[in-house]
Every structure is written in structure tokens, then in C-alpha cells.
Design a protein around this ligand. Sequence first.
Ligand code: NAG
Ligand code: NAG
Ligand code: NAG
Ligand code: NAG
Length: 527
Amino acid sequence: MMVDIVCVAVAAVIIVSDLVEGRVWEDLNLHPQHYPFFFNTNPGVADECHQDPNCPYKIHLDRDACWGYESACPPGEAYSQPSCPGDARGWVNTKKEQRETFYKQADFGYVKKRRSELEVYCQPEQEVDSSLECSDHLRFCRGRNLWLDLRHLTERSDPVLYHTDVLMKGQIGGHCRVDEELLKKNTDMISFLQSWGPEMRHFQRIDKPVARQSKQCDIWVEKPAYVMKLDAIGNMYHHFCDFFNLYASLHVNSTDERAFFNDTQVLVWMTYQYRTNFAPAFTAFTENPIWNLKDVSGKRVCFREVMFPLLPRMIFGLYYNTPLIWGCEGSGLFHAFSRHMLHRLGVFGREGIVDDRVHITFLSRQTKYRQILNEAELAQNLQKNETYVVHRAVYSHQMDLHHQLRQDQWTDIFVGMHGSGLTHLLFLPDWAVVFEIYNCGDPNCYQDLARLRGIKYMTWEDSSKVTPQDEGYHPQLKGAHEKFTNYTFDVAEFQRLIEKAVKYVKGHRGWQNLQAKPHSTPGHQEL
Ligand SMILES: *[C@@H]1O[C@H](CO)[C@@H](O)[C@H](O)[C@H]1NC(C)=O
Ligand SMILES: *[C@@H]1O[C@H](CO)[C@@H](O)[C@H](O)[C@H]1NC(C)=O
Ligand SMILES: *[C@@H]1O[C@H](CO)[C@@H](O)[C@H](O)[C@H]1NC(C)=O
Ligand SMILES: *[C@@H]1O[C@H](CO)[C@@H](O)[C@H](O)[C@H]1NC(C)=O
């Protein structure tokens, strides 16, 4: 009798404390600028915030804001405001068309298109059934109660990486009605990292419902899962293409408040252990350890909710292979990605800190090729100017990613040679300049990325003022190759270009706002 009373009392306390505390608002964990958008796509949560006196986000309620893929999103209220100051070079005839093309190719318009393409590939007949939905060409899929048979992997001798033959007929499926015709029609992109065709073409109906207690499931994954085929994980340019596409996919999948939650399970589609200096970037998406195929090989794995995100090497994909129209810049999707990553990784901006000097970061390469031979001389010359802060950054594989991103936020002009380290441009402040000191005959790669991110791109202008060490020799191919040598740059010309960059930075509204802000608070103490 005594015992019962205690139990009841405890239960009552839990219920009461639930009522008192309500939702833990901090669990949403979004970048502060993203709440107005989030609330408008989740009106139920917005109502809760209205009613809860403890909701810390009230200032973000009832604002005119939408991501851009919602059914009614007036352009003036959309997250993205890309601009097209340049000529479209014959792609389209009007400014409006030019802007719309950019929006569809590389911005939230891309997300909107993928969402509109979603079709049911496997139809549930009852509540407990499985389901599978995909966009055209199986570039994005999501499913419920899906079954994956990986028992055969224990017999496979070669390691899995970029393979398109991991699954055979019937090794993926669900208890639902498969639309064979639709599936066949969309299984037309079979190269690695192009689509989920290599896997989904083997999708079959299975007889028994897939559920937590099913005997046919050796592992039941209750958390929302992301199955991911990754590009080259040791290279920042390539690997951040994975993260970018995952972020875009969260928007493609977004239907409720859990769209950005981090209690998820990532399974990477390779048998190698996932190990890279960039791994902390995954904490923006999951707080759980990353699984690879080794972790589940020999098992039949069942997923309550699973997403197969957009892939890095899609034809007309995002980030590279993007057939980017000329003259436009500033994709909101890239901007939102940058903010989201920095926020989730706990990297803060410079707001509230008084410092009107221009911060110049030299990205110093550690490789055999493409070194700036007179880097020290170029830097020392700039250091003489007291309005500059010059920093030499060596982003080795030992250096913590958080530290690198913090340095990015403290950079107004980022100077570096052609190379994947320039991908840091994604995380520079909005007013920054990325100065690819020499593009080695490959001008579009980082120029396009800078355009997408909406920051200023510069490169060396006068080829008579740069001296290569030699012609450059490709280690495998015969003949001269610009990417395979070192360079010396003219000091005065370099200074001239930096001054041009400084002028851009100081003329940018973002920089001017940053300078104005600390002073606008009366009694603000200088840090
Ligand atoms: C996951 O989100 C929770 C709630 O917002 C947060 O407290 C936690 O630190 C996050 N985990 C990671 C690894 O970022
Ligand atoms: C995709 O969206 C649905 C609806 O919001 C959600 O239930 C599911 O968890 C999401 N999937 C993943 C893997 O996040
Ligand atoms: C480039 O410079 C580095 C450092 O001085 C040197 O180790 C390397 O051999 C040089 N590369 C070529 C192709 O000369
Ligand atoms: C320092 O840099 C600023 C901005 O580029 C420039 O206007 C100024 O002339 C420079 N000062 C010296 C002494 O070179």
C-alpha cells in the first residue's frame, strides 16, 4: 500500500513538472536569423511560443518570412534575395528570367522543384505499411518502415566505396505496393553519386509488415536515419558538397518541426571507417556516432524513417556540376547553409567587438605544389600598414575544424592559391573577399562557389607580374601543367590588389553595420 502511494506521487510530480517546463525551446537550436522562417513553416510551434511566457523567440514571431519553397511565398518575404548585376551572356533575354534561372539552379528554387517532383514509388495500404517517395531520377528519396538486407556483405571481399553494386534484387524493400513502371522510368542515372538508382532499382515488395518487433529485422533504427553516399571525404571542396546537399535535403524533406533535429542516425555507404578532419561538420546534423556499412554488415536493417539525400555528383546538381547562369550571385540556400553550420558548430561572428582593422588571412599550403614562394615578403609588406591585421593560416589535418571556422569569421580578405582550402570561403562573413591569388588556369571553380555564397571574388590580373618556378610537371601526365609548380608574386602589384579588396570590404553594408553596431549601444565597453 505504502509503495503504491509513493509511485503515484512520483508520477504526479513528473506530470506537473512537464506542465511547468513545457517545451525546451533551446532544443530547436537554429541560427537566430532562421527562427522567423521556421515559425512560419511550423504554425503549431509558433502558437506554442505565443502562449508560453518562457519562449525566448517571441521577437521572431509573426514576421513576414518564408524559405521560398512553401506554396505561398511572396518574393519580397523569401529568404533569398539573389542579385544579377551582370550580363547573362545569352542564356536568357530578361533580368527577371535571369534571376529566376539562378533561383531554380542554385537556390531555394532548387529545393522547391525537388519537392514538387516527389512521387510515391511504393504505396502503403495501411497505417503500419511501408512507403517510399522519391523525386525524379531518384535523386532524393525518403521512406518509412524500410528494410535493407546486408547479410551478404560479410562475404564480399573488396571494400565498398563508390560502388553501384552493393545491393541485388530484393535486398531493399518494404511492405507496400511498388510502382514498377515509375521505378523503371526513373532508374536512368546509374553512375556513382548521381542518384539512388543503383540501390532503388532493386526495391521489392516484401510479404510481412516491417515493424520494430519483426523477426525479419536484426536491427531496428528508430531515429530518423540519413543514408549517405559520400564524395572524397579528405578534401574540403568535395566533402562540403556532401554537407551542403544534406542541408538542402533537410529542406526537401521538411514537413514538420523535427526537420532540423539532431537526434538522427547517419549511415555512410562505404565499409571504411568514416574518419576525416572534417568530421565535426556532421555534428550540425547528428549528435550520434556515424555508422558505416561495416557496422551493419551481416544484418537486416530496418528503418522507421529514412532519407536518401541529394548527392554530390548529380547531373545538374548543386555546388558542382551546377550549370550556373552568368551574372547572378548570392544564393540564399548557400547563405542559410553557412549560417546553419556556423551556429551548430558554435562558431560566433564578430558582432559586439570593436575593431575597425581589416583582417587578412593568408592560407598557406603545405604541399609540394602551388606554394607562394615569397609569401613571407608579401605578408610583411602588408603588416607595415596598421589598419591591417595579417594572419598566416596553416590548415593542416591536425587543426581542429572549429578553430579554422573561427578564423574564417575573423577574416575580411582571404588570400590563397587555387586549392580545396579555398572552400573556406563558404564560412567567411558576407562582406568578405576571397582572393584566389592564382587560379592556375581554372578560373570558374572557386569563382562560382564565391558567386553562390554571395561574396566577392578576385584573382591575379597581370600575368606579367607573376613568375612560376618552372613550367610545372604533372606527376603522371606528360607535358607542362600550371597546377604543378610554385609561384612568386610581384609585391607592389599584390599590395595594389589588396587595396582594391579593402575598398570593397569597407564599402559593404555588412561591414558598415558591424562597425556601427557596438557604438549604437550607449555605454558600451570596448573589449
Ligand atoms: C543536439 O541538439 C541538442 C539540443 O539542441 C544540443 O543540446 C546538443 O548539443 C546537440 N548536439 C550536438 C552534437 O551538437
Ligand atoms: C522526413 O520528414 C518526415 C516528415 O517531417 C519526418 O517524419 C522524417 O523524420 C524525416 N526524415 C528524416 C530522415 O529526417
Ligand atoms: C615548391 O616549393 C616547396 C617548398 O619550397 C618545395 O618543397 C617543392 O619541391 C616545390 N615544388 C616544385 C615543383 O618545385
Ligand atoms: C593602409 O591601407 C589603407 C587601406 O587600403 C590605405 O588607404 C593606406 O594608404 C595604407 N597606408 C599605408 C601607409 O600604406
